[in-house]
Design a protein around this ligand. Sequence first.
Ligand code: SF4
Length: 372
Amino acid sequence: MKIFPIFLPFAACKRRCVFCDEFLLTGRRNIPDTSEVIDTLGAFRSSYRSDEKYQVAFYGGSFLSLEPYVMKQYIEAVLCNLPESELEGIRFSTTPDSVTEKTVNFLSDYPVSLVELGVQSFDEGVLTLAGRPHSARDIYKAADLLRSAEIDFGIHLMTGLPGSSLEKELLAANEAVSVGASQCRLNPTLVFRGTGLEGMLREGLYKARSIEEAIDSLWRMYVVLEGSGIKVIRMGLCLNGDGDLDDLVAGPYHPAIGDLVLSRVAFEMLFLLCSRSKNKAVVLPVTQQQRSFFTGHKKMVERLLGGEGIRVEFQIVDESVLDISRLLGDLCVCASGGEVNEAFLNPPERFQELRSSHEAQCCCRNHVSSRP
Ligand code: SF4
């Protein structure tokens, strides 16, 4: 489904979260007014060559914290300038504290397809250290209100925030399931120049995670979420070219981090299959599509399996006989009841090798010591 994004950097933010630089990530220094929004929508529409319906998304800041007349202006700019027959709905990102009975009532007049809640963590201490404008309680309240109003919502979660841990991140994934989110974005914390987090890093109050540590957390969260039927729609931030990268001071950035995470998931599935069959050489019937999933990013899965002395041969079939969602479900040992399985919390020894791999090292940027 096509989404036309409109960026409103830092719109109505009550404070600056320590990790956030929306000017950098959106490439904008100001919030567009409605005439600019109308021009942007016109440009999107004239370049869109498909019969498929689209959605318009207001990203950045906290949409529901805007003054009601401003929200109304933006929403009506969309509704009055795009044909109803083409528009599937409007979505926006907002903070949990902005979801109140009043704002939810306001939404009931409009075709809202999704509210994306910027949650980042369910842990009170992590939220405080990150400078978030809401509490953990606000998240549950927002989810309750949206569920009661039957408004679909997604959740953004982050790994590697100050004070966070693998355990807190797994619990956050479990909580996203339990509050009824329909989709999720997962972002490892990156440190950008000029943010509060850069200051914390320089003062020794924060240590950026490596890319391997980020993957250790992300693959488990992915399994918990997808294994429970919640779509993970994106993993990792998309940085544009050298400009954005110059402002990246530290943190687990990799342009294909989502693929690295999926490769790790594929490896875990194959490892599980081999452990069950007690066989280190397996012939696996897969479709072409499944084969590329099980091969992984730059044959990463093969390399990890090789490290375990496991050899998997693929036999291409036209119709899938392998139930990938069932395998995901089998990996998802901690999705119910908030119970966290020890095996999920303690990354196995076998990943020490991955930790020191060249690919991982060259992807982990940590420039802090070389910059003024
Ligand atoms: S509320 Fe969202 S947009 Fe505003 S500073 Fe925090 S992360 Fe950035």
